[in-house]
Each structure stands twice: as structure tokens, then as C-alpha cells.
Design a protein around this ligand. Sequence first.
Ligand SMILES: [Zn+2]
Length: 339
Amino acid sequence: MRLAWHSGFASRTRDRFGGLGSIIMLHRVRPDCISPLGVTRSLSITPHFLDQILVSLKSEGTELVSMDEMADRVRSGSRHDRRFAAVTLDDGYNDNLHHAWPVFQKHNVPFTIYAAPGLVEGAAVLWWEVVEKLVAKATFIKIPGGGPEWRCGTLIQKRAAFHALMRYFSYTLTELDQVPVLREMCAAEGMICGVSADRDVMNWKELRQIASDPLCTIGAHTVHHYNLKRLTAGMVSQEMRLSADMLEDKLGKRPLHFAYPYGSAKAAGKREAEIAAGEGFLSAVTTRHGTIHPEHRANLHALPRISINGRFQKLVYAQTMMSGVTTPIANAGRRVVQA
Ligand SMILES: [Zn+2]
């Protein structure tokens, strides 16, 4: 990526691959990344790096827009001289309030937070973070009811156990069984499932506080943060509609934008895009890698994003990805990524 940028290749090809602009995806913004095993480090960037990204985008003439404005530009197909970037943050971590918001205010930059009411109220937990804490603490992990077990005495064993558990929770357990099974595993280690993770998510008061800023848009992210592809169509509709209902009820405004939990091709496809459109959302974003093009006009419910990875907090990586040059590399040669 560094070579692509410094050779000028990325900036020269930006017109062809960069399209209309990009939707940036972030999760956590905090000065210290606390990941006991280092396995969730990619989800955190520092406020300083966020500041650098915004300064760099502005200095190169990118327009920082809200998701409403992004959707307008794609729908109208109108030509703009300058490319856009819309900043989004998933899951509603409370560091968004304490560490990201001041940076957005300093630069007067709009941003969208995709919130899941189940995470706010504790019906859902950030289970991948709880699994990491559990594996960090335990020396031996067992799935209750005679399921698989892992030794996790050393760091290497812990990392291997974490990745195996991620697969087990994501693809073997049903979505509805994840939290009950995790609660049981935590109890066996004398840990209360999700308490510390829950404290990492904004409560309703904090969400209302940040949502009161005209720079902030709140989008929906389902109620329970389930992988929608693993649910029936009826449950998918319900997760989408109920999350919008609850956010409207608590924050006074119905969300118009939606983000698929996990958002990969294994978690969101054509069926989910059709349901999101049917539920009345203006746009829906995935976590697939890509920039936004005029072709997305017909596919506003499966928009790719550019994920800023906390492991590589270098401006040059963000610049190169937003030039669009990495889109075909990540998508089997395709310049435009859709469902
Ligand atoms: Zn999420």
C-alpha cells in the first residue's frame, strides 16, 4: 500500500477507482487500546489518528458529509468536483462520546453511529470482547453440555482458543444461543458475563447527549447484533424494524440508515438488502471493502466501506484504500462492490 501511494499510482488511479467517495468505518476511538490478547486491537484507533485522518481528507479537498448527504449524492447522480467521505462508527461504544466526538466537533465533521438497542440495554453483549477476557483469564475452556474444550495456559494457546471460539460462536452455535452459552462459561470462571463490556457501550442518556449534536446521525444496527444471514426472513425484518422503533422511541427520531452486524458476505447478502429497503431505510452499509460509485444508485442497501484498522494506524494506508486502488484486490478484480 505504501508503494502504491508513494509511487503516485494510487493518486493517479483515484478517478477511476475512487468513484464518488468513501464511507469510512470505525469502531472504537480511545487513547489506549486495551485488548488482553491483542486480538481485538484492529477495532481501536486513537483520537490523534482520527484527527490526522480528518486533517488529511480536508487538505486534499475531500468533502466530509453526513450519510443523508452521501445518499443524496448517490441517488441524484449529480456530478461533484470533489469526492466525499462519510464517517461511520459501529456499535455505539462510549469512547465515541468521550474521545471521538470532541475531534468531530473540532473539525466540524458529520458522523454516524450505528447503535443496537440490545447492546444498550444488556439483552445483547459484545460477546467477542467477553470471549477475549474469558480466554485471557482461564487456563482451560469448555463449552457447556459436552462441547469442545481448549487448553489455554500459554499466550499461543490462548490466541488459538480465541480464534477457535470465534468460529464456534459464529458458525456452530445458533445466534440465539451465543449469549446464554457465554453466560454459563463466564459463571464457571467466576466472571459476570458482559458487565464490563456493557459499560463500554453508551447508555440511552449518553446516546441522547451525542445525538443532540446536529453533526451526529444515529443509524440502526439491529436489536441483538445477530448475523442476519443465519436468521429467518421474518426475524430479519423484526430485528431491523424493532431496532428502528426503539431508537425512535428513545431518541425521538427514526433512523434512516442501517448497518448489518458483522457485515461480511457471510452476514449480509441480497435477501438482507431487499429487506432493509422494504423496511424503509435510505441506505444500508456492509463491512465489505470498497469505494462508492455511481453504480451504487441501484444498490444503496449494500454499500461497501473502508475500514480503518487499528493495527495499521498510518495515514498512507487510509489514503491508499480511499483512492479505491485496493478495491479490486480485495474483491476478485471488481471495481464496484455490491451485494
Ligand atoms: Zn457491530
